[in-house]
Unconditional design. Structure first.
Length: 286
């Protein structure tokens, strides 16, 4: 329990490794956030879909469905980042139009943010969104047999928590309900979070963090995956991706040159980019 990524670093060194907002600086960070919103609004303007569907009665959280029409389409479920305590589905649909043009629907769920919700509850909600797609997707133009999950940063962690085993049976889902995955700049062993500023909101100890770490959880079925990080990502995030990839023997590792923690995920809106092309190929293969 004492040996985890960064366990030998000082608190300051851990903050440097995992505080990507600090790495970007306030001006660049605000520009990135503005681009998330602007690109998302442009992507869904006039696009067919369903907005604000309640997917989880217990939590009352909602999701948006974009880019449907005709026969049920394979679906990319995007789980937003924000260290489990920021952002929303409203700024997280920037890839929807591009995927629509390639025959792929997009689903973007909200989840209750920390500290209002525990991380265990956030994980439960995200898994409930997958169950909703499996049960009700066809009614909304989605193919429940072709669900691909991805997400950035904290959303990469949540993606990992849908990739692992041990939760599907309780929700009446097949073990392979997630057919493929693309975690981007993800967190897979989240024990470092216990010693950085984020823990003021998520309030984890080492035992709970280990129980919520995809890298430490079993998975009999390992779906195809592309594990993505950016060349100029936070050092902690690069280490996390490089550690998780070998554990996931059905996965590829992609380090995207010239990109940082925030703009690498926006590449999903560009079908010619490394992540955009990889995502389209991943969905088409399931």
């Amino acid at each position: 329990m004492d040996d985890w990524p960064g366990s030998g670093l000082t608190d300051e060194e851990l903050d440097v490794a995992y505080n990507v907002r600090r790495k970007a600086g306030p001006e660049l960070f605000e520009r990135h956030m503005a681009r998330y919103r602007e690109m998302s609004e442009q992507a869904v303007e006039g696009l067919s879909g369903h907005r604000g569907i309640v997917y989880d009665e217990a939590g009352g959280e909602r999701l948006d469905v974009w880019g449907v029409g005709g026969e049920p389409r394979p679906v990319f479920v995007f789980l937003h980042g924000g260290y489990w305590m920021a952002l929303s589905r409203d700024v997280s649909s920037f890839m929807a139009r591009t995927l629509h043009e390639h025959g792929i629907a997009t689903v973007v769920p909200d989840y209750t943010l920390a500290p209002k919700a525990s991380l265990e509850e956030i994980v439960r909600q995200v898994r409930a969104s997958i169950a909703w797609i499996h049960r009700h997707g066809r009614e909304h133009g989605l193919d429940p047999r072709r669900i691909v999950v991805g997400g950035s940063s904290a959303g990469g962690h949540l993606t990992g928590m849908t990739m692992v085993g041990g939760w599907q049976e309780a929700l009446g889902l097949p073990e392979d309900v997630v057919k493929a995955a693309m975690p981007i700049s993800g967190l897979f062993d989240i024990r470092p979070i216990t010693r950085i500023y984020v823990n003021e909101n998520v309030q984890l100890d080492l035992e709970r963090a280990a129980a919520l770490s995809p890298a430490l959880l079993p998975a009999r079925y390992r779906c195809p995956a592309v594990v993505v990080a950016a060349e100029h990502d936070g050092d902690g995030f690069l280490e996390q991706s490089r550690l998780f990839h070998p554990l996931w023997d059905a996965g590829d590792l992609m380090i995207v040159p010239g990109r940082d923690h925030f703009d690498v995920v926006l590449d999903l809106a560009d079908a010619a980019s490394m992540p955009g092309k990889a995502l389209i190929d991943l969905v088409r293969a399931v």
